[in-house]
Design a protein around this ligand. Structure first.
Ligand SMILES: Cc1cc2nc3c(=O)[nH]c(=O)nc-3n(C[C@H](O)[C@H](O)[C@H](O)COP(=O)(O)O)c2cc1C
Length: 311
């Protein structure tokens, strides 16, 4: 099997609490050629496989292409979970990078980086399914245990169609800087497409990551969460080598209102999530701090929406 043919190298990273079906739709419209779901536990997918509904699994039939990311540590459960979503998505991705203590404590996410033999068993099983399989890794659990090269080779050997590399160790969390030189080394090591990830903050960074590492695709996380326009800006930059004018606040606000409509459409318009994303969208805007403070005063969905409507 091969990786998908995509119309741009720009991918939306999986982000728990962020990359729901509504957010993916927004990013796809702005130029993300492939979007990842939030990570989903293999246990939950198995338990609810007869009702793969909204809040457990929110992929909808008309959103393509889409990657479903699963996490867990049990080979059999991961296989069954993946089996349950075959046919609903274009790629299934195994999370080998989550640094959250509660995920790692169970042996999932980044903890798998320390168990290459188990990764081999899991990926071998997953690759018997009739769907392309990928994995998303960090460099290692810490700098004393860099296993990314071994894991990348295993991914290739077992038939994975691509590998995404977040160029930090698990122990770094989100601190320090992603070390893109590792993306370059992994690109030189394997013959499957490499997806570079970590610290893209603007359109020019996308080009810089491709130039510096030779990666095939660039995955964008936090910068997209704060400003999905990064996809249209990056697309333009890659085509012309030039930046478009900065997005104005009214344009950003209009996009946020569009997001609100999508949230309502998919029944995801909960006050906590609306506020969380409002906080993200207002970052970088000069008057954002005041708006973020004010948004905390509105406790109900209706009041918060009314406040946003009047901006
Ligand atoms: C809020 C949040 C949630 C995340 N959830 C996931 C996840 O579910 N699965 C995953 O593989 N990575 C997850 N990540 C990591 C991102 O996919 C990405 O690897 C990381 O943010 C680095 O990319 P960036 O510098 O472009 O943000 C998450 C990151 C953030 C900020």
């Amino acid at each position: 099997m091969q990786f998908l043919k995509l119309n741009s190298p720009l991918l939306l990273a999986p982000m728990s609490g962020v990359t729901n079906v509504a957010f993916r739709a927004l990013c796809r419209k702005l130029g993300a050629s492939l979007c990842y779901t939030e990570f989903i536990s293999a246990d939950a997918l198995i338990r609810y496989k007869d009702q793969l509904a909204d809040h457990i699994y929110d992929v909808v039939p008309n959103e393509r292409p889409v990657v479903t990311q699963i996490f867990g540590e049990d080979e059999q459960k991961l296989f069954e979970a993946a089996q349950a979503v075959v046919g609903t998505c274009d790629v299934i991705d195994l999370n080998i990078g989550c640094p959250a203590p509660k995920v790692m404590a169970c042996g999932g996410g980044s903890a798998l980086l320390n168990d290459p033999a188990k990764v081999r068993r899991i990926l071998t099983r997953l690759n018997t399914l009739p769907v392309p399989i990928t994995c998303k890794i960090r460099l290692g659990v810490n700098w004393d245990n860099i296993t990314a090269f071994e894991i990348a080779k295993i991914a290739e050997d077992t038939g994975c169609v691509a590998i995404a590399v977040h160029a930090r160790t698990a122990s770094m969390g989100y601190s320090g800087n992603a070390d893109w030189s590792y993306i370059k080394k992994i690109k030189e090591l394997v013959n499957i497409p490499v997806i570079g990830n970590g610290d893209i903050t603007c359109a020019a960074d996308v080009k810089r990551m491709i130039d510096e590492t030779g990666c095939d695709y660039v995955m964008i996380g936090r910068a997209a969460m704060r400003d999905p326009f990064i996809f249209s800006r990056a697309k333009h930059y890659l085509k012309t080598g030039k930046n478009v004018d900065p997005v104005s606040w009214p344009e950003k606000l209009a996009l946020f209102r569009e997001y609100l409509v999508l949230l309502e459409t998919y029944g995801l318009d909960h006050v906590g999530h609306i506020r969380h994303m409002f906080m993200q969208f207002t970052k970088g805007y000069a008057g954002g701090k005041v708006l973020r403070g004010k948004s905390l005063e509105y406790k109900t969905k209706e009041d918060l929406l009314d406040f946003i409507k009047k901006l």
